[in-house]
Design a binder for this molecule. Structure first.
Ligand SMILES: [Zn+2]
Length: 444
């Protein structure tokens, strides 16, 4: 069965994010076989799905470049604690109770939330990554899923547990085979070594080699907190990025989440190795990591920077509009400079740069021949009026819009949210199942 045709008629606005960053008024979009077949002011053919575009803005779908989807189950479970205490006393013990079924359910809730707020693609890292993939496909999202690899919970002991090491590698291999067997263009597998302080050198080098052999993306947490960097430096005599570079780990296939505590030299290394960065300002603020990631410096050096929410346990929402606003604000505040990261630059990070980081071509913009990953915003909302021209529209999107203003979301040419309804899933049933499932975290 082929994909449906979709006609988005007479849209008030289209934010194309194409090479010349055109913003169009009164154009229509025609989608066929997952691809944008036409963008024009003329008439477009009749389609299986038709959307009337009055009071609507179409933007490229948003990319959540760092999350742990199944952690929606732990949303608001442990709050207002320092990162390490939070991980050790609350999150890691709760995660030991997570089964594959629970991960599926949590990921399903995450995909519903993301689709409803205009996210079309996400980079996930967690246990049971095949469950995130199943949930993404059930809802209709595009996903790059990395299999989480941890081979020690004790940073002092990075020689690590042999059994855990063997288990991690086997599960990674199984997952890569699983994704290959799906043969679905919407799914990509990546390797997800959790962080330099939870993986042995041996594992990091295994990841490096495995990634090189099959051109796999690698997703890792880097330099999230000051304490993490200083402990690492004490133990290894080098900072995390310098250390990973000495292992030959850093390549253009690596997507590093956070990158808050970087020295100027580490920024140089990231730029020269063409590492991609997933900036997660809300998680950094909430966990009080103490610094602000030097994102403007990295962008200045040509680093591809996308945006992520991080997991729902440290955000607590997966709304990329909130993350865009936080990104624009945090850097202006930190640098005492309101011209830092203008709204259009932030929207770029959340769309085209996200797809670029994931190596997904022909995506992140609205133009003929592009993949049809699109979010439609309902402009008939008090917070989105008035619109002072194209620049005012972009400012409204970044500074005033909420995920709940998204009216429809299209992924790979299929409606995933259509006229405010999730198309492929019974949402009520998911809410009930989640409410029931979280009892496991209350038991001693
Ligand atoms: Zn994370």
């Amino acid at each position: 069965m082929g994909k449906p045709t979709i006609a988005l008629k007479n849209l008030d606005w289209i934010v194309t994010q194409d090479d010349s960053r055109r913003i169009l008024k009164g154009y229509s979009i025609y989608i066929e076989d997952g691809i944008i077949a036409d963008v024009s002011t003329g008439s477009i053919p009749e389609a299986d799905y038709t959307l009337q575009g009055g009071w609507k803005a179409a933007i490229p779908g948003l990319v959540n470049l760092h999350t742990h989807a199944a952690m929606t189950l732990l949303r608001s479970y442990a709050e207002d604690m320092p990162l390490e205490e939070w991980l050790r006393t609350r999150i890691w013990p709760a995660e030991r109770k997570l089964t594959a079924d629970l991960c599926y359910l949590g990921a399903l809730l995450a995909c519903m939330e993301m689709a409803r707020s205009g996210t079309t693609c996400f980079l996930d890292m967690y246990y049971h990554p095949e469950e995130s993939v199943k949930a993404a496909l059930k809802v209709g999202m595009r996903i790059v899923a990395s299999v989480g690899i941890i081979d020690t919970f004790d940073p002092e002991d990075r020689r690590s547990d042999l059994k855990l090491r063997i288990y991690s590698r086997r599960s990674a291999e199984r997952f890569i085979d699983y994704v290959k067997s799906l043969g679905d263009d919407r799914v990509k597998a990546a390797l997800g070594p959790h962080a330099p302080y939870t993986c042995s050198d041996d594992t990091l080098m295994w990841v490096r080699d495995r990634s090189e052999r099959e051109n796999l993306l690698v997703h890792i947490h880097l330099a999230e907190t000051r304490g993490e960097q200083s402990r690492f430096e004490k133990m290894y005599g080098r900072r995390e990025i310098e250390y990973l570079d000495s292992l030959g780990f850093l390549t253009d296939r690596v997507i590093a989440a956070h990158c808050v505590w970087l020295s100027p030299r580490e920024i140089e290394i990231i730029a020269s190795r063409r590492v991609k960065v997933a900036h997660c300002p809300i998680s950094n603020l909430k966990l009080a990591v103490g610094g602000v990631a030097p994102i403007p410096d990295m962008i200045g050096k040509g680093v591809v920077v996308g945006l992520g929410t991080d997991g729902a346990a440290s955000n607590n929402s997966l709304d990329m509009f909130e993350t865009m606003k936080a990104t624009a604000l945090i850097h202006k505040w930190y640098r005492w400079d309101p011209t830092t990261l203008p709204a259009w630059r932030v929207l770029e990070a959340a769309t085209i740069q996200g797809y670029r980081a994931l190596g997904i071509d022909k995506a992140g913009y609205i133009g003929i021949g592009a993949r049809a990953d699109i979010a439609i915003i309902d402009l008939r909302k008090p917070r989105l009026q008035p619109i002072h021209g194209a620049e005012g529209l972009i400012s409204n999107i970044v500074y005033a819009c909420s995920g709940s203003d998204v009216h429809s979301t299209i992924v790979d040419g299929e409606p995933v949210v259509w006229y405010n309804r999730i198309v492929n899933i019974d949402e009520e049933e998911v809410y009930e199942r989640v409410a029931d499932a979280i009892r496991v975290f209350r038991e001693a």
